[in-house]
Design a protein around this ligand. Structure first.
Ligand SMILES: N[C@@H](CCC(=O)N[C@@H](CS)C(=O)NCC(=O)O)C(=O)O
Length: 205
């Protein structure tokens, strides 16, 4: 059994569609950590960042959501959710995985903090996403090129990760629901693995 330290109100929930697509739900022992316990010694021994999610697999500790996505999709590579190391699609796969973990979540965090476009503009050379215009243009282009998934005809772990964050961000009005996003998100919404993701309801209602 693997152990997933998590909280149901955290970004650890992005992992659940992946568990379902990989068919490994039964192999994950879920340990709920209350927010007030995350910075206590017991949990800091596991993840010194005091954050969730954190996966422990036979003594191997993997924190950082994108790392957990990448680790599990590679561990179960026969399930077809990660391109092999020598597959040319691996580049785009890693690009989207890191884009989502870095620039996209940084943008979402600054927007939640209500940092203005003017402040962002002043710091854009040092910000992972640059500025809003650049981030939107990158996302729009990626969504337009999705055919129908980000890597082509087959779904991969990164569609689940990017798809989840986009739906979440749109539901909370951090991102606009741009027309360019619709075909991709409608496709992701149809996956059985996404049926418990409540944020889709906010999108459609
Ligand atoms: N970079 C980490 C961020 C993890 C993170 O910020 N988790 C939040 C919940 S969404 C958390 O555990 N916060 C508890 C705290 O900081 O006290 C990841 O992507 O996994």
């Amino acid at each position: 059994m693997m152990k997933l330290y998590n909280n149901v109100q955290s970004r650890g929930m992005t992992l659940f569609p992946l568990f379902k697509e990989l068919g490994i739900e039964e192999q994950i022992d879920q340990i709920q950590i209350a927010y007030e316990d995350m910075h206590k010694a017991d949990y800091l021994k596991i993840n010194p960042m005091g954050k969730v999610p954190c996966l422990v697999d036979q003594g191997i500790v993997i924190s950082e959501t994108a790392a957990i996505f990448t680790y599990l999709a590679d561990k179960y590579i026969e399930k077809g959710l990660a391109p092999a190391l020598d597959d040319p699609k691996r580049g785009a796969y890693l690009k989207w995985m890191f884009f989502c973990h870095g620039p996209l979540t940084e943008y979402m965090d600054l927007r939640s903090l209500e940092v203005s476009n003017e402040q962002i503009e002043q710091k854009k050379r040092g910000l992972a996403f640059g500025d809003q215009e650049t981030l939107f243009a990158f996302l729009k282009q990626g969504m337009q090129q999705a055919n129908p998934y980000l890597l082509g005809e087959k779904i991969s772990a990164v569609d689940l990760y990017v798809g989840y964050w986009l739906v979440f961000a749109i539901a909370f009005k951090i991102l606009p629901y741009l027309d360019e996003f619709k075909p991709f998100l409608e496709l992701i919404e149809q996956r059985d693995s996404m049926k418990d993701v409540v944020w889709f309801q906010k999108l459609n209602g």
